[in-house]
Design a protein around this ligand. Structure first.
Ligand SMILES: Nc1nc2c(ncn2[C@@H]2O[C@H](COP(=O)(O)OP(=O)(O)OP(=O)(O)O)[C@@H](O)[C@H]2O)c(=O)[nH]1
Length: 281
């Protein structure tokens, strides 16, 4: 992802900057039209002759102002499991991210239970099961095409009975414009609320950084159905430029909580905005 911005800076080191070109380049970096225009306006306002380093500095300051300073990793609750619902459109990396998050929490000394509530895709259940066995983390699953809400319901009981710190619920991929699937998601949400009225405590939307502005649209639509408490941005190791997480924060106020940097279970980390800005620029 850093490569994109590096080449951007190299292109704008000459004194006669083409502002439209710069704005287009920032948008291409998934920073969104609003933020890109703000950055360009800010640069134009500055009387001094700009060169590449200034552009980096101004862009960095803008991004810093938007992103929260402190990382917001998941923390446990006292006396009950913290319920985390993992949602998103198809193929963004929900199952992989759920397994990675389970691994990270487990490594941090927490007790985790997994709910394989993607009953639609048998491979997703198998995939999560492999991780659950490998990581030695209990998992609850249902029959193929069974009711995902009842899988979460049962998994909650197991998590509660065994004194787990976290219950992570992987859900099926769904397009935000498919009414029935979104209703199903609301049902999962509602059912979890019956076990503990404050549950789910976290709703994390998984977005694929390589899909650019589609990810913003997904966040917007899912957030209307169920308020999101955070985003997991995957595939930042690929062609994803990372700017999208800044745009989601700016447009919707939803922070990025974790980032995926590869297919391996360790290639996942709590989002740290300071580090992100340094690496991005
Ligand atoms: N390079 C890279 N690949 C990733 C990352 N996260 C997930 N993937 C890959 O993306 C593909 C889809 O991941 P899944 O976890 O199956 O996606 P999903 O959202 O659960 O899929 P559905 O259940 O079909 O919606 C897999 O090949 C993963 O290995 C990442 O951070 N980087």
């Amino acid at each position: 992802m850093a490569g994109f911005f590096k080449s951007l800076i190299q292109r704008f080191t000459k004194p006669d900057i083409d502002w439209d070109d710069l704005e287009a380049a920032l948008i291409a970096g998934d920073l969104g039209p609003r933020l890109s225009l703000q950055i360009v306006d800010d640069l134009k306002d500055q009387a001094r002759k700009l060169h590449g380093a200034d552009i980096v500095q101004v862009t960095r300051e803008h991004i810093r102002k938007i992103l929260p300073e402190a990382p917001k990793p998941l923390t446990r609750l006292e006396g009950k499991p913290k319920v985390v619902l993992v949602i998103g459109v198809n193929g963004t990396g929900k199952t992989t991210s759920t397994a990675k998050l389970a691994h990270l929490l487990h490594k941090g000394g927490h007790k985790v239970v997994l709910a394989a509530a993607d009953t639609f895709r048998a491979a997703a259940v198998e995939q999560l099961e492999v991780w659950s066995q490998r990581l030695n983390i209990p998992m609850v699953k249902g029959p193929p095409n069974g009711d995902p809400a009842s899988v979460c319901f049962e998994a909650y009981d197991l998590a509660s009975k065994t004194g787990a710190d976290f219950l992570l619920c992987d859900t099926a991929g769904r397009l935000h414009n498919k009414h029935n699937l979104m209703e199903e998601l609301k049902k999962i949400h509602r059912i979890l609320g019956r076990k503990d009225s404050t549950s789910p405590h976290e709703v994390l939307l998984v977005v694929d950084a390589t899909t650019g502005s589609n990810a913003l649209q997904q966040a917007r639509e899912f957030n209307k159905i169920i308020p999101l408490s955070g985003v997991i941005v995957t595939k930042l190791d690929g062609s994803g430029k990372g700017g999208i997480l800044v745009t989601i924060q700016q447009e919707l106020g939803v922070p990025t909580r974790y980032i995926g940097l590869g297919e391996k279970v360790e290639e996942f980390q709590a989002f740290d905005s300071q580090r992100f800005v340094e690496e991005l620029l």
